[in-house]
Design a binder for this molecule. Structure first.
Ligand code: MV4
Length: 449
């Protein structure tokens, strides 16, 4: 096992990783940007090194600075968290060449899933259903029109290097398709440096359901059930839960097996997530794979009792996964609410600033992962998530009840947060019934107007 790890991240996830290290008896090194000097990850780590100025490109994305910090402090491994360098195959490769273990998948794993069309092809060859669409990159409007004719509208144009909704265009007719092709290509070039796009049949009102995977260096792969991440706004997840209220046990079993097939097809190592779209008829399709620990991992931890970050570290150090698929038990329901410094009454506009009152919820069934505290200043430089409230109950209704009272206890002043939004959702009939799709948030704000 490692004796010292560097955490190449900030915020709540840096704390999450430091906590796992402490429990494993591993010393920690934090890295931070100049404005993050008063951050908790700097205080909680055994050592801390400043790696640059506020802009991420100068600090949390600055590979030479991070590698230098790792060499100066003589760590054996780097945990990238999520975001920043977590899915950068080049960074994972540099770590390897410097004899530092990257706590995550192999560079090859990251590359093979980073190309969205290649990932779909891997899933298809593994016998996993994929969304019907173009078999290759679509370059010309003639090709696009031909595919649209075969598939029938609506269709969606997606960036080959995309993910997270960038460079996506939904089209209902030929005229729109021709202009969407050009704008999607331009947007993809600007965002990813690659103009390649492809086309898929558009699935209306789907649910986003993902499967948590763990793979070790000895070829063992298990899944830890699903997370329903359907409640999103502009491709930012706001609420995640497990189990999904939309899955029956037969579909759940098939989706778990499909995810394992995808992971096995590329010899996947460490924690990863396979995303699926579930359509209104109950059919599911592979969408993409995230080759990192995700923000919403605690709901899986709540129902399985497995510490995913400790598992990541153990796997990276060469240990075998200590859990067998059939021994994993799923207990009750867990829901995560993302607490962002944003104003839900003003188009979720960022609301940075100093927190003068921070009263946190607690009690049975409540977990709060946050790096915020009274006196902490939310910086405008980084993402607006200031914490995650995770609740766990014996049933979905109990989880909702715990969530409501925990949100009532939660005070954050004077900045605006998503707490009032979550209170509304927990009282929304469609949400409580578990009957919602990806347009839930939009519709909620439509009816409020
Ligand atoms: C889709 C889709 C419908 N049909 N693909 C959104 C982000 C990116 N990962 C893919 N996304 C979608 N792809 C087809 N063929 C609908 C979405 C989508 C979506 C997916 C999951 C959760 C929220 C969403 C919101 C809008 C669109």
């Amino acid at each position: 096992m490692f004796t010292k790890i560097l955490i190449a991240n900030r915020g709540e996830v840096a704390l999450r990783i430091i906590r796992a290290c402490k429990e494993l008896g591993i010393r920690t090194v934090a890295v931070y940007s100049q404005p993050d000097i008063n951050s908790l990850h700097v205080k909680y780590a055994d050592e801390a090194i400043c790696i640059g100025s506020a802009a991420s490109a100068n600090s949390y994305l600055n590979i030479p600075s991070i590698i230098s910090a790792a060499e100066i402090t003589d760590v054996e491994a780097i945990h990238p968290g999520y975001g920043f360098l977590a899915e950068d195959a080049h960074f994972a490769e540099i770590c390897e060449s410097c004899k530092i273990t990257f706590i995550g998948p192999t560079p090859d794993n990251i590359r093979r899933m980073g190309d969205k069309m290649a990932a779909k092809d891997t899933a298809r060859k593994a016998g996993v259903p994929i969304i019907p669409g173009s078999k290759a990159v679509v370059k010309t409007k003639e090709e696009a029109l031909k595919i649209a004719k075969e598939m029938k509208y609506p269709i969606i144009v997606k960036a080959a290097s995309g993910g997270g909704g960038k460079g996506m265009r939904i089209c209902h007719n030929d005229v729109r398709l021709i202009s969407a092709l050009l704008t999607a290509q331009r947007e993809a070039e600007a965002a990813f440096g690659n103009p390649d796009v492809y086309i898929e049949k558009y699935i209306e009102r789907p649910r986003h359901i993902e499967i948590q995977i763990l793979g070790d260096k000895h070829g063992h792969i298990i899944h830890l059930g699903e997370r329903d991440c359907t409640i999103q706004r502009r491709h930012q997840k706001l609420i995640e839960e497990t189990p999904s209220p939309a899955l029956d046990s037969k579909t759940r079993k098939k989706m778990g097996e499909a995810a394992i097939k995808c992971a096995r097809a590329i010899g996947y190592v460490n924690a990863g997530t396979i995303e699926f779209l579930l359509d209104e008829d109950g059919s599911f399709y592979f969408m993409e794979m995230n080759t990192r620990i995700q923000v919403e991992h605690p709901v899986t931890e709540a129902v399985t009792g497995i510490d995913l970050v400790k598992e990541q570290i153990k796997i990276a150090s060469g240990e075998k996964i200590s859990h067998k698929q059939d021994d994993i038990e799923f207990r009750g329901n867990a829901i995560e609410c993302r607490i962002n410094a944003e104003d839900p009454d003003n188009d979720f506009m960022p609301s940075p600033g100093r927190i003068t009152a921070f009263q946190t919820p607690g009690g049975r069934g409540v977990r709060l992962d946050t790096h915020a505290y009274t006196g902490y200043e939310i910086s405008p430089y980084y993402d607006s998530m200031i914490g995650k409230l995770i609740v766990h109950g014996k049933s979905r209704n109990e989880a909702i009840a715990i969530c409501k009272r925990a949100l009532d206890e939660f005070v954050v002043e004077p900045i605006k947060t998503t707490i009032p939004f979550h209170k509304k959702v927990m009282n929304n009939t469609a949400f409580v019934r578990g009957r919602f799709s990806t347009d839930f948030v939009e519709r909620m704000f439509e009816t409020a107007k």
